[in-house]
Design a binder for this molecule. Structure first.
Ligand SMILES: Nc1ncnc2c1ncn2[C@@H]1O[C@H](COP(=O)(O)OP(=O)(O)OP(=O)(O)O)[C@@H](O)[C@H]1O
Ligand SMILES: [Mg+2]
Length: 236
């Protein structure tokens, strides 16, 4: 059986810059897949290709066996893809609750307000529902983005550095949440610089360096890979 999400031979060129270079990665239902690599390795660009924000120069993206490479972002979202952004993209003048409620409404949820509140509580920021999104510290805003992504009822959840700005307790709670989402059958794809979180919660990890996947395997396998130590972990 094919993976829930499969990226095959994707390259992205920005003029003379090769941001992603013949990348192959996959994410399975019920698993947390890590995607790590140094700054500028191409992680966010790959997320943009997967979600349809950035056209690939070459390569394909399939979701549950269907080629979605040419679909616009909103159609991919409808098919079950949701993401959070490295540079947060909340509706800053709306309340925290409304940010999530809008997504629940778009997903056709019959009780969007209740769902939004439940999801905010699930990610650990239920008490902030009435606050204006623009007033939140970064860590809380990231968790609201996770709740908003969940309101889209995704099969594949892509998270771009969700622990950035979170304190240790919040990071641990995020890890528990991501494991529990995988336990419910989601395919979670996690871009993250916090290595202890990645090594603790991921089933498999792929390492990007200069746009290429230089290693893939279990956290233990990847941690021991000489190219990974040199390209990433050694530099941390
Ligand atoms: N729109 C763009 N136009 C030109 N170059 C770009 C564009 N977006 C990204 N790049 C370049 O592509 C490369 C990969 O960038 P990307 O943001 O995907 O890396 P990243 O792995 O997410 O890095 P970070 O860990 O810092 O977030 C970098 O060299 C970056 O400067
Ligand atoms: Mg990035």
């Amino acid at each position: 059986m094919s993976a829930t999400l499969e990226v095959t031979g994707v390259s992205v060129h920005f003029g003379g810059v090769t941001a992603v270079d013949d990348a192959h990665i996959s994410a399975d239902a019920g698993s947390v897949t890590g995607l790590i690599g140094p700054n500028g390795a191409g992680k966010t660009t790959l997320f943009n290709v997967i979600t349809g924000v950035q056209p690939a120069t070459t390569g394909t993206v399939t979701l549950e066996g269907t080629d979605i490479s040419r679909l616009p972002t909103f159609r991919r979202a409808r098919l079950g893809m949701a993401r959070t952004f490295q540079r947060l993209e909340l509706f800053w003048t709306l309340s925290v609750l409304d940010n999530v409620l809008v997504a629940a409404e778009q997903a056709g949820d019959p009780t969007p307000a209740e769902t939004a509140q439940r999801l905010l509580e699930r990610v650990g920021v239920g008490q902030l529902a009435g606050e204006q999104a623009g007033s939140l510290p970064t860590g809380s805003a990231r968790l609201v983005e996770v709740a908003r992504a969940l309101a889209c009822e995704p099969k594949v959840l892509l998270l771009d550095e969700p622990a950035s700005g979170l304190d240790e307790t919040e990071t641990r709670q995020l890890g528990v949440l991501l494991r529990s989402l995988a336990g419910e059958g989601l395919a979670v794809l996690l871009v993250e610089h916090d290595m202890s979180l990645v090594m603790e919660i991921c089933d498999t990890v792929s390492v990007l360096d200069l746009g290429r996947v230089i290693a893939s395997g279990t956290p233990a396998e990847v941690r021991a890979h000489p190219m990974v130590i040199e390209a990433y972990l050694g530099a941390a």
